[in-house]
Design a protein around this ligand. Structure first.
Ligand SMILES: O=C(O)c1cccc(C(=O)CC[C@H]2O[C@@H](n3cnc4c(=O)[nH]cnc43)[C@H](O)[C@@H]2O)c1
Length: 253
């Protein structure tokens, strides 16, 4: 049975970069609409392992992407071809000093940074409210080989937490607040936690891979480097899929 990987992006431009990175590894095997998204299917062989990689254009934000990822996972399960690993991939904001523009971030944790309650004494995550969870830890057995594959390909990268936010950070005050609350965070984006919740519900492992297009901080559209980030995402996909294809993926805690 092939190792089955689902890579979820928010928008088509990110999916094109991912698919470009797969071009030498896996050939197109059709497209399939799923509720809330579009699946680009790929199949091939990497080293000793068969690997099947589907790329889902899943929508922007945690709610949209959780819905489409859940639909893609359910479709695969019903077809008797469940995914072993789900990767949330795309561009992101990088925390200054942790993840420079054009570099890559491999998640060691996927964190819902605003899933909680604001109080006069400060923010409380849902765990402290007594329900739900706001963190999916990613095992070192997954982040390690991915980081090693990026290193072997000479791609600048860091391993760290990737925050999921519903509002893009646009001030120094908010950036400092998030960095203080999540000292392990390297990047913020808008989909990872939604993908992780859907993956966990289906017993699949999850990983987040982000290419940094902008700094987390005061809004500065002129400083965005989306083209460079998409190029880095393509190179990262080419480097990591052969490594993922041979891993025994386990669900995150
Ligand atoms: O208008 C703005 O100020 C602004 C700043 C950064 C990103 C956006 C987007 O609309 C892109 C959202 C899209 O890309 C991911 N992304 C990229 N950079 C960030 C970020 O700094 N914080 C959160 N998400 C980011 C995100 O995953 C979305 O898919 C607008």
């Amino acid at each position: 049975m092939p190792h089955r990987i689902l890579i979820v992006t928010a928008v088509a431009a990110e999916a094109d970069s991912v698919a470009g990175g797969l071009a030498d590894l896996a050939r197109p095997a059709g497209e399939l609409p799923v509720p809330g998204g579009l699946l680009l299917r790929r199949y091939g062989t990497t080293g000793p392992a068969d690997v099947s990689v589907d790329v889902l254009v899943g929508g922007v934000g945690p709610a949209a992407v959780a819905a489409s990822t859940g639909a893609a996972l359910a479709r695969a399960a019903l077809a008797g071809e469940p995914y072993h690993l789900v990767v949330s991939a795309g561009i992101a904001g990088g925390f200054p000093g942790r993840a420079p523009l054009g570099s890559l971030v491999v998640s060691d944790a996927v964190v819902a940074a605003d899933l909680g309650a604001d109080t006069p004494e400060g923010y409380l995550p849902v765990e402290e409210l007594g329900f739900g969870r706001s963190v999916h830890a990613v095992p070192a057995a997954l982040t390690g080989p991915v980081a090693a594959a990026l290193a072997a390909a000479g791609l600048p990268h860091t391993t760290g937490g990737v925050l999921t936010v519903s509002t893009v950070t646009g001030t120094a005050v908010r950036a400092a607040e998030l960095a203080a609350r999540h000292p392990g965070a390297a990047a913020e984006a808008m989909e990872g936690f939604g993908v992780a919740e859907a993956a966990a519900a289906h017993g699949a492992a999850v990983l987040e891979l982000r290419a940094v297009s902008n700094a987390v901080g005061p809004r500065d559209r002129a400083a965005w480097r989306i083209g460079e980030a998409l190029t880095a995402l393509r190179a990262a996909t080419a480097a990591l899929v052969p490594a993922l294809g041979t891993l025994e993926a386990r669900p995150c805690s």
